[in-house]
Design a protein around this ligand. Structure first.
Ligand code: NAD
Ligand code: TYD
Length: 337
């Protein structure tokens, strides 16, 4: 049995990871430490909550005493670190919590993990640390870090800090950098769930700028299979990019959602652009493919319609979310846009 601390396991990717991995393996004993911010939701973990090898602790990764207590109590030897403030638009409204959680929180985890001599520390990062591309080229693991938003700069700071623990203390760290995810349980502030839910509600679909910004989309399960592989077989001190080679301009996805849902394109509303908006992300995943044998198994065409169907079937999940704090956020972000 391996005792693994998973941080941020009540969020979108972390909860999908826990449900996926506990369904498959009984040699992982998972302790999920999550602060349950607006983005954390224990409902996501219903498939796992009764398992004997799953434990939940509500708490903040910046709390050194708590993190220390968890390592001691559960004899933690492995860390998979998903917890973060994760939304670019929120980081533009206010950056402080992004640096506190994403930078200082990661520092606390590293310091405690060093003390307890962990055998693997996997930092879940993002391709956004590389900055923005023009119309050509792909991000490789050697692309210099050049983050543009408070969110991506906080993730880049965490990444270099993680690597410094490898170089200075020989800590067995690994980093994954994934492109934009979509799938079940994604909080509806992000492009795809926001557009699906607004379409269901016949609300306007706010497209930033000219709508021709490009993201490289991956289904969350394909991301999590790559996380599992890097955790199991990755070489310490290495970075692995993860992406499904599925670049798409935002407007194309929005039209595809509308078409699948048989809604009118009149719902589309071009709005004021995001400040500092990165034009294009596209990721080269040849390293993880060649060295670890990973390959995505979902096509965008199938996984996007499965995702739309999931939101159609799980209205109660997102209705509870959009009735609360989200309403205030939505007004702040979009009403004057
Ligand atoms: P999310 O916002 O859905 O979930 C984040 C989770 O972290 C929530 O459950 C929240 O409660 C928890 N959390 C936040 N602050 C915390 C703190 N101080 N202490 C403990 N828990 C805290 O995010 P996500 O989309 O699931 O992203 C997970 C990770 O993957 C992040 O590190 C993000 O940078 C990275 N990532 C995300 C994407 C994407 O497309 N969503 C792509 C690449 C990488
Ligand atoms: P988002 O899901 O916030 O991910 P990220 O900014 O981390 O890539 O946004 C994806 C793209 O969609 C990005 O180019 C911004 C754009 N976007 C809109 O056009 N309208 C919206 O309401 C949102 C949330 C995003």
């Amino acid at each position: 049995m391996r005792n693994i601390l998973v941080t941020g396991g009540a969020g979108f990717i972390g909860s999908n990871f826990i449900n996926y991995i506990l369904d498959k393996r009984d040699d992982y004993n998972i302790v999920n430490l999550d602060k349950l911010t607006y983005a954390g939701n224990l409902e996501n973990l219903i498939p796992s909550e009764r398992k004997k090898n799953y434990h939940f602790i509500k708490g903040d990764i910046t709390n050194f005493e708590l993190v220390h207590y968890i390592f001691e109590k559960y004899k933690i030897k492995y860390v998979i670190h998903f917890a973060a403030e994760s939304h670019v638009d929120r980081s533009i409204l206010g950056s402080e919590i992004f640096y506190r959680t994403n930078v200082m929180g990661t520092n606390v985890l590293l310091e405690v993990a060093r003390k307890f001599e962990v055998e693997r520390f996997l930092q879940i990062s993002t391709d956004e640390v590389y900055g923005s591309l023009g119309s050509e080229g792909l991000f490789t693991e050697k692309t210099p870090l050049s983050p543009n938003s408070p969110y991506s700069s906080s993730k880049a700071a965490a990444d270099v800090m993680v690597m410094s623990f490898y170089h200075t203390y020989g800590m067995p760290v690994l980093i994954t950098r994934c492109s934009n995810n979509y799938g079940p349980y994604q909080f509806p502030e992000k492009l795809i769930p926001l557009m699906i839910i607004n379409s269901i509600n016949n609300k306007k679909l706010p497209v930033y700028g000219d709508g021709l910004y490009v993201r490289d989309w991956i289904y969350v399960i394909d991301h999590n299979k790559a996380v599992e592989l890097v955790f199991e077989k990755g070489k310490v001190g290495e970075v692995y990019n993860i992406g499904a080679s599925n670049e798409m301009p935002n407007i194309k996805i929005i039209k595809l959602i509308l078409s699948y849902m048989k809604k009118s394109e009149e719902l589309i509303q071009y709005v004021k652009d995001r400040p500092g908006h990165d034009r294009r992300y596209a990721i080269d995943s040849s390293k993880i493919k060649n060295e670890l044998g990973w390959t995505p198994s979902y096509t965008f065409e199938n996984a996007i319609t499965d995702t739309i169907d999931w939101y159609l079937k799980n209205e109660s999940w997102w209705k509870r979310i959009i009735s609360g704090e989200y309403q205030k956020y939505y007004e702040m972000q979009y009403i004057t846009r």
